[in-house]
Write a new protein. Structure first.
Length: 430
């Protein structure tokens, strides 16, 4: 995900603060059946989920529900009492859930999302954008990874794309657990061009570009894939990767697909070198989707890394000067925030309601600090450290100390002073 046109616009987020009282629900699977009314901007659905008792969950489970209206909740054939408040639904079971015990429940709901799910009636399109609990009752926290089966009922004649492997015309399965903010779908009058490179089916979708234009727009995708696999030391985690050019302003990664704006497609037709945004979103399949921040305080591990890796791809494709121009741009943005007295440590104490300046810190200070770390360690040790970090943590949730320890282990360099100066405080200076 980026924050921009193309780099710095307004992204509306609603982030879960977690389970009250310190007990975090573990939902290990979701099976969602949704009905989308594009003309009315409405959604209704039922989601069956499996909860696992952990950490003294007791007889109460709290889920994130955004602005959705919950109609009914059942456990088996039994209706379960629930209450809703402050974007949550609290469910009470007839008896406490023991540690390790699995409990099945089903939630039926409806609503007209203000964000998180965007509707474009004129184009007959709808797509999700980050805030999953605005369209699916779930646990909306990055460390809560789960599998997904998702089906979407839409008006006839529309094409649909969703998180995971296709299991039907409008149905997908994610067998590998991911964070719920990576669940998503898009529907529209899309047509598709595809090719297979490096063993991955690359799919390009649009409703406003010809086949030849789509091939031109995404001409760099195979090379981006090859570069990230090389730098990560980990193959792309799916059999297919889909990029959708959609209506409106959107820059959003999801499980095994990405949403980009149709306008950005036109930008790439005019200037094929403007590949940074495509590379940034693709980078998230490793850094963000694969290796995920444990909580939003460490969000820079998602966004700073994806920003830096997009810069690094431009270096690979267009040379050191192109890379340095991106780093200089990130540094300049960070300097403006710092000069205004709004610098923050990369590890945030309160990332629930980020400002535009906060996002600049996470994306652009994050990328600049990674550049400084690269200069500190040198080429061989830096890239070895990144591979060590990615290989050790693919499919896991991480914190900044995990990244620091991986870089130290691979390089043999004590980085305590560097991280204290640049990551944990605002005393780095430029």
């Amino acid at each position: 995900m980026t924050a921009g046109v193309w780099r710095l616009g307004v992204v509306v987020l609603w982030l879960s603060a977690g389970q009250a009282g310190g007990a975090t629900p573990s939902i290990v699977s979701y099976d969602a059946h949704l009905r989308v009314d594009i003309d009315e901007g409405r959604i209704s659905g039922t989601v069956a989920m499996t909860a696992v008792g952990r950490g003294g969950l007791g007889d109460t489970l709290r889920l994130d529900s955004g602005d959705l209206i919950v109609d009914a909740i059942t456990g088996g054939a039994e209706a379960l009492p629930f209450s809703t408040a402050d974007h949550h639904v609290e469910i009470r079971f007839p008896r406490a859930i023991r540690d390790g015990e699995r409990r099945q429940l089903s939630v039926t709901y409806h609503g007209q999302p203000r964000y998180g799910l965007r509707f474009f009636a004129g184009e007959q399109q709808a797509y999700t954008a980050f805030s999953t609990s605005q369209w699916l009752v779930c646990v909306d926290a990055p460390d809560q990874k789960a599998t997904l089966r998702l089906s979407v009922d839409t008006p006839g004649g529309l094409t649909a794309v969703g998180s995971g492997k296709a299991a039907g015309a409008h149905e997908w399965v994610l067998d590998t657990p991911v964070s719920t903010y990576l669940f998503g779908f898009a529907v529209g009058r899309f047509h598709e061009v595809s090719e297979t490179r490096h063993g991955v089916r690359l799919r390009y979708l649009s409703d406003s570009h010809s086949d030849a234009e789509l091939r031109s727009i995404f001409r760099e995708t195979p090379d981006v894939l090859s570069f990230f696999e090389e730098r990560a030391g980990v193959r792309y985690p799916g059999a297919a990767y889909t990029q959708v050019l959609a209506a409106g302003r959107v820059e959003q990664e999801a499980g095994l697909f990405t949403l980009l704006s149709a306008d950005y497609g036109r930008t790439l037709l005019a200037d094929p070198r403007d590949v940074w945004l495509e590379a940034h979103e693709f980078a998230h399949q490793w850094w963000g989707n694969g290796v995920t921040c444990r909580d939003w305080n460490h969000f820079w591990l998602n966004e700073g890394l994806a920003t830096f890796m997009a810069d690094a791809y431009k270096e690979r494709r267009y040379g050191r000067a192109a890379y340095q121009a991106e780093i200089d741009a990130s540094r300049a943005r960070y300097e403006r925030v710092r000069a205004a007295g709004k610098d923050r440590a990369l590890v945030f104490p309160d990332w629930l309601h980020p400002s535009a300046d906060d996002r600049t810190v996470v994306y652009h200070k994050g990328a600049y600090v990674l550049h400084l770390l690269r200069e500190r360690l040198g080429e061989r040790r830096f890239w070895s450290g990144l591979r060590t970090y990615t290989r050790a943590n693919m499919g896991k949730s991480v914190t900044t100390p995990d990244f620091q320890q991986a870089m130290e282990r691979a390089s043999g360099v004590d980085l305590a002073d560097f991280f204290a100066r640049w990551v944990y405080s605002t005393d780095g200076g430029v």
